[in-house]
Design a protein around this ligand. Structure first.
Ligand code: ATP
Length: 317
């Protein structure tokens, strides 16, 4: 065991949920350490919302267990829920109220009063970047600002773990970026975050570790680099062109770092270690061998390639 279990903010152990014959969450286990941002990356219907509904104690599990800050989670449990905040996919804010009024209202519901409430509302406004718009009504906000306010509501009671369910779905690119910046600010604050998404770019940018989920199962887990290694960690260089491609292929195969060279009518496809370091030399070998190059393209594995590798399916479908 690589990490001390007692320190984990969240422990998910062999979690199962069925809907009739469908196993929506199928034996899922993972842990989140304090301050860590963990991403659950998977397509629509993979089981992300079902999993976090059980983690947050909104849905009963058919098997397995969830422990939040050392407390066993269940729908009727109170203590573990004090330690987590859940930001649902759908907005849960009052459009007629300002950001400040929304936060004060939800803060009171959570038992905050007086100076403590005022201070926490201000801290949250700063954290979600809405301090200068705090007195405008939520209905006047952009999509991204509404989402950030939605996140703020989940932060009021200073949870050790914040769960965000696909917070950027349906927002424009600029709003998306402002939401991602708010999430980045949370980890700077030392909060642990569980982030579900079907966008690999978001998982890459935000998450210390990523769990790849498909059809209810956690197919792989690790840091981005660890996951990339699962694909073999090789890059592809495409040298498009004409000339004596067979002779060039033979010489390129001898070059250090080159694992495979395939020639076709329109050029060469090379499987290599560390393409950015090798590409200039390989272009040199190809041209020296008489190849007239038309284009050069490097492809490096990303989480999309990892998803394909571990599930046999494309992430974007
Ligand atoms: N209450 C329910 N009754 C029956 N089936 C359900 C229920 N909730 C979810 N499912 C099914 O469980 C599977 C997982 O759904 P879930 O919403 O957890 O996926 P997801 O990864 O969150 O995807 P999305 O991003 O679309 O919400 C899907 O096949 C879904 O149809």
């Amino acid at each position: 065991m690589s990490r001390a279990q007692v320190d984990d903010v969240l422990t998910v152990d062999h979690l199962v949920r069925r809907f009739g014959d469908l196993v929506a969450v199928d034996d899922v286990s993972f842990r989140i350490a304090p301050g860590e941002t963990y991403g659950l990356l998977g397509p629509n219907g993979a089981g992300k919302t079902t999993a976090i509904s059980m983690i947050a104690g909104l849905l009963r599990a058919d098997g397995g267990s969830v422990t939040v800050a050392g407390h066993a989670m269940a729908p009727d449990a109170v203590e573990p829920k004090r330690h987590l905040g859940l930001v649902p996919q759908d907005l849960a804010i009052y459009p007629e109220l300002t950001a400040k009024e929304n936060l004060r209202f939800f803060g009171k519901l959570q038992g905050l009063r007086g100076a403590e409430l005022t201070q926490r509302v201000q801290e949250v406004l700063d954290l979600i970047g809405l301090a200068d718009r705090a007195k405008d009504r939520a209905k006047e906000y952009s999509g991204g600002m509404k989402r950030r306010l939605n996140i703020g509501v989940g932060l009021l009671h200073k949870p050790e773990l914040l769960i965000l369910d696909e917070p950027t779905v349906g927002v424009d690119p600029q709003s998306r970026n402002s939401i991602l910046e708010s999430v980045e600010a949370l980890s700077v604050e030392g909060m642990a975050v569980l982030y579900t998404t079907h966008y690999m770019e978001e998982a890459e940018r935000l998450c210390d570790r990523i769990g790849i989920i498909d059809s209810g199962r956690l197919a792989a887990e690790g840091t981005r680099d660890e996951l990339i290694q699962l694909t073999g960690g090789t890059d592809t260089i495409r040298l498009g062109g004409s000339g004596d491609l067979t002779a060039a292929a033979a010489r390129l195969r001898e070059h250090p770092g080159v694992e495979q060279v395939d020639a076709d009518r329109a050029g060469l496809t090379l499987t290599v270690r560390d393409a950015p370091t090798l590409v200039a030399a390989l272009v040199g070998v190809a041209t020296d061998s008489g190849v007239r190059l038309a284009d050069v393209e490097i492809t490096r594995p990303d989480l999309e390639s990892v998803f394909l590798h571990v599930t046999g399916k494309a992430l974007r479908n």
